[in-house]
Write a protein that binds this ligand. Structure first.
Ligand SMILES: [Zn+2]
Length: 235
């Protein structure tokens, strides 16, 4: 599976990157930034530095940020991240969902959050988050059951006391449960039918070639325009 809006640029100056500890991913933790209007690509310059000597006394790094358009991967997936503030760092890949422009915070409560205006943005980040989770589940043999939010991690005793993303999802009628359901559906939808066991398959053919390279070129074209399940069959 290919995520075509996934961009990778490691935060090599971040203390978490240089600490260079590895994990075997056993789960995924969902966060949101609690910062209004800072999109995924903009976090690179904010966090790609050492905080040891620094002006801000915090040590943070997460595997990825995503917004309504892009997913930016900032750590290798099997790098030990600093996102949970607890033992989940040893087991979980963490990603942050960027929040739209326009609201502020009182404690962990969103203030002046315009649900209607932000609905389209929310649906886009939701889809990107589902896609990323499907990608990671396939990569590491995980299921939707292995996905938790930061706040859920706290209740399980493996993360610090944060509310994300449960303070945000319900504004749009969603929750971590409906998120897991969406990932489950997407995982099922992504399964390739097994030709040897399927009863009937109606295949759509787009070409027949005597030269293998020509067939491969056509397959590439098909994939590029969105037929990601296309494949070559040799008769
Ligand atoms: Zn968090």
């Amino acid at each position: 599976m290919v995520l075509d809006n996934l961009k990778t640029k490691y935060m090599t100056r971040n203390d978490c990157y240089t600490a260079n500890r590895k994990i075997t991913p056993k789960g995924i933790m969902v966060h949101s930034t609690a910062t209004s209007g800072v999109m995924a690509g903009a976090w690179f310059s904010r966090w790609n530095k050492s905080f040891r000597a620094g002006e801000i006394n915090r040590q943070v790094c997460v595997h990825a940020f995503l917004d309504d358009k892009e997913i930016w991967q900032y750590l290798p997936w099997n790098h030990r991240g600093w996102h949970a503030g607890g033992a989940a760092n040893n087991t979980h890949i963490g990603f942050e969902i960027c929040e739209p422009r326009g609201h502020s915070y009182r404690g962990s409560t969103m203030v002046n959050y315009d649900v209607k205006k932000n609905e389209a943005y929310f649906r886009a980040v939701w889809q990107n988050a589902v896609n990323l989770c499907v990608f990671l589940c396939k990569e590491y043999g995980l299921t939707e059951k292995d996905i938790i939010g930061h706040a859920e991690g706290h209740r399980q005793g493996i993360a610090s006391n944060h509310a994300d993303p449960n303070h945000w999802f319900p504004q749009h009628g969603e929750s971590m449960d409906t998120f897991r359901t969406a990932v489950k559906k997407a995982l099922e939808g992504n399964q390739q039918p097994n030709p040897s066991t399927s009863q009937k398959l109606y295949r759509v053919q787009i070409g027949a070639y005597s030269v293998k390279a020509n067939a491969e070129a056509q397959l590439e074209r098909a994939k590029k325009v969105g037929f990601t399940d296309a494949f070559i069959r040799y008769d």
